[in-house]
Design a protein around this ligand. Sequence first.
Ligand SMILES: Cc1cc2nc3c(=O)[nH]c(=O)nc-3n(C[C@H](O)[C@H](O)[C@H](O)COP(=O)(O)OP(=O)(O)OC[C@H]3O[C@@H](n4cnc5c(N)ncnc54)[C@H](O)[C@@H]3O)c2cc1C
Length: 290
Amino acid sequence: MKPPPFSYAAPATVREATELLDRAGGRARVLAGGQSLIPMLRHRLLAPEALIDLRRIEGLRDICIDDARRLRLGAMVTHHALERWASDHGQDLLVDAAAHIGHRSVRTLGTVIGSLTHADPAAEWAAVALVLDGACQVAGPDGEREVGVEELFTGLHSTSLAGSEIITSLTLSLPPSRTGAAFSEVAPRPGDPAVAGAAAAVSLDGPRVESARVALIGLAATPCRAPSVEAALSGSEASVGIEAAAQAVENDIAPIGDIHGSEEYRRRVAPVVVARALRSALARAEGGRP
Ligand SMILES: Cc1cc2nc3c(=O)[nH]c(=O)nc-3n(C[C@H](O)[C@H](O)[C@H](O)COP(=O)(O)OP(=O)(O)OC[C@H]3O[C@@H](n4cnc5c(N)ncnc54)[C@H](O)[C@@H]3O)c2cc1C
């Protein structure tokens, strides 16, 4: 199907873009890579009056380490650009997650921040951003603010952003030494949406787990942390605590059945993806490379 008619603007600055969004009073949408928005328009699931394209705004494709030593990516950084940066900088968690996103064409055009704002409960970057304590820098008509990724997702395809706000960048805390991080998912075929997935970061203090962060996708209405798994693992002897901690995930999920997997299947597979992510994260923390 063809999209419904809309006007199009490609402003040169973030300020101009937020003004255009504000003037449209909620009837305009930001366009980034178009890999989710354009299919939604074609299926007539959305009918915005205007699209505000971010492609001409300078600086939005930058990837850098900021003054607080956090990784900062601009709104137009694609899945592929981050994957390449991560591969060059030995960031295994980011490499793991990128490999699961759609196909090469989707990864070349689609953006990391577009994926967060699309707020798909099965989006890989959401789990990564939750584990790496992600924060979004947001610009709107009243100025700038920061929104933690934990506060971003409010429901299926819905976020806490106002209609005239744009996420300009995302910051992530990269794992420090003695911390390993990994991602694992189950999907029907490569490139299909995840039925269930988990990202994990494990910090070691000798043979014990000092702290752990675990995030889940496909297992609730929004991507979420797994506090029961994290609590079960913290302080435990790493090599023996993983299986029991992974079982605790049943307290952290509220899966919904859909065409990709039933509720029961998701409950069965949840501890499996959590244990896989934890085992890889642990091996990386210990210096191995599973
Ligand atoms: C065949 C196919 C397979 C896919 N498989 C996967 C997969 O396995 N995993 C996965 O996670 N995704 C998958 N996707 C989705 C893909 O990752 C998209 O790139 C991503 O969801 C959206 O990024 P985008 O840059 O294309 O955003 P767009 O499609 O341009 O926008 C998506 C939404 O975000 C809003 N938006 C975008 N950028 C901003 C911003 N900076 N500030 C505020 N709002 C913004 C838009 O208004 C829109 O509502 C797939 C897509 C396709 C077509």
